[in-house]
Design a protein around this ligand. Structure first.
Ligand code: CU
Length: 113
């Protein structure tokens, strides 16, 4: 009885983990590059009402911090590295973000529609 219930628990846990992995794999992925302390592209159209994965690659020789109070996200990216940030599901609208370490030039926006 004990072994049987552990086995069904383990099976349920495996199924749940698989479901989570599948959901993440199915999210559309959008990539933004940081180069010369600017975002490329500086404007990105994304689908509203759906979770997305935002990949931010830092091609600069210095660290940058992706920061967005609109999206409630903040993540430091080491030089030459990339991070993946889960975003949304977003309502239709414009969501600004900056590179906090170079805010004068590193500005961008996600436009959800
Ligand atoms: Cu910050």
């Amino acid at each position: 009885m004990r072994i049987a219930s552990f086995a069904s628990f383990a099976f349920a846990a495996t199924v749940a983990l698989f479901a989570v992995t599948q959901a993440q794999a199915a999210d559309p992925v959008f990539t933004i590059v940081i180069k010369n302390h600017k975002f490329e592209p500086a404007r990105l159209d994304v689908p509203a009402g759906q979770k997305i994965q935002l990949v931010v690659k830092n091609m600069d020789a210095t660290a940058e911090e992706f920061e967005s109070s609109d999206l409630k996200r903040e993540k430091v990216i080491a030089p030459g590295k990339e991070v993946t940030i889960s975003v949304g599901p977003l309502k239709a609208g414009t969501y600004r973000f900056v590179g906090e370490y170079h805010e004068a030039t590193a500005k961008g926006e996600l436009v959800a529609k």
